[in-house]
Design a protein around this ligand. Structure first.
Ligand code: FE2
Length: 324
């Protein structure tokens, strides 16, 4: 079933086309984040401007026309309201015009499911780490099949924390990947480390690292903020692994592109004889293919949504989404 999926929860307007679980296209346009961060109305304007072009690119990449599309889906949430609305309206317009079924997808579930697919895992503990989210999850079958949150951040996502530090330190581009580059030549400075059971917190670490900008070498600060935050994630994950019977670890989300985090996770997996996997980078960053991937499965299972009930939910928690 050829399904077109639209992702627009934050800086990326992405369009994916999937058929029988195979990705035929994964096109995107990404808003360039300035030192001011993401201004919702500006990002939404960017998505409006680029939506038609990205949809066209995806269709030509897949060598298809609109008439070939048999189903449509979009990110319902979580995300930035005005940005989500652009994807919602684009998807509804396409579905209405083509007369095909439409469904909605939870952004976090899509990240996990596409990573699980590429990692060839069945029932992993998922470490979902991105800008807005940081969670440790595992499928639970009751009262409905969903991702049960074993642990999560008390405050901000690890990606936002790294980006926020990068902006304060005036790194260019102000992203976690630039922090990673500087971190290669750094040494460890004492940093706050906050893990409570399987939950963790990043704001103390961010405040401390930011307060030392200009007083300590940037390489040392980058190394320390990265090392402390990833170690916190790993400690919480290890505890979650011991409490469940899972033998697989699956990393997903934008921060799962970090080589350092991957090497720490792979060490944990080796030590406990677990399998560790993740998706290729283009599927860890926000993308339309992951939405289409879950959307196709939902639509095949006849879990479509009436047009009038196709809403958005900025705070759509991972554990509230049913996994089909
Ligand atoms: Fe994401």
């Amino acid at each position: 079933m050829k399904v077109l999926g639209i992702e627009s929860s934050a800086h990326t307007f992405g369009v994916g086309i999937v058929d029988k679980g195979r990705v035929l296209a994964n096109e995107k346009s990404m808003y360039k984040i300035t030192t001011a961060g993401m201004i919702p109305a500006e990002v939404a304007d960017f998505h409006i401007e680029h939506a038609a072009g990205v949809i066209d690119n995806a269709l030509s990449k897949a060598n298809l026309s609109f008439d070939d599309i048999q189903g449509v889906c979009y990110t319902k949430g979580p995300g930035i309201g005005p940005c989500l609305q652009v994807g919602q309206l684009s998807a509804k317009t396409i579905a209405l015009n083509l007369g095909v079924k439409i469904t909605t997808v939870n952004h976090c579930v899509a990240h996990i499911e596409i990573a699980k697919h590429f990692a060839k895992q069945k029932d992993p503990i998922a470490l979902y780490v991105s800008g807005g989210n940081s969670q440790i999850l595992k499928i639970k079958k009751t009262p409905h099949k969903h991702y049960h949150v074993l642990g999560e951040t008390f405050d901000i996502g690890v990606g936002n924390m790294l980006d926020n530090f990068a902006r304060s330190a005036k790194l260019n581009p102000a992203w976690g990947s630039t922090v990673a580059k500087y971190a290669k030549d750094g040494r460890y400075l004492d940093m706050p480390y906050t893990v409570k059971g399987m939950d963790f917190s990043f704001t103390g670490l961010l405040t401390r690292a930011t307060s030392l900008i200009g007083k300590e070498k940037i390489e040392d600060l980058c190394f320390s903020i990265q090392e402390a935050s990833f170690s916190m994630l790993c400690e919480a994950l290890e505890r979650a692994l011991m409490l469940t019977k899972s033998k697989e670890i699956c990393a997903c989300g934008g921060v799962a592109q970090s080589e350092r985090l991957r090497s720490m996770l792979s060490e944990i997996a080796k030590e406990h004889n677990f399998k560790f996997g993740y998706a290729p980078d283009q599927y860890n960053a926000d993308n339309g293919a992951m939405i289409a991937f879950v959307g196709e499965r939902n639509l095949k299972g006849k879990h479509h949504v009436p047009l009038e009930k196709c809403t958005i939910d900025q705070k759509f928690r991972t554990d509230l989404a049913t996994v089909y």
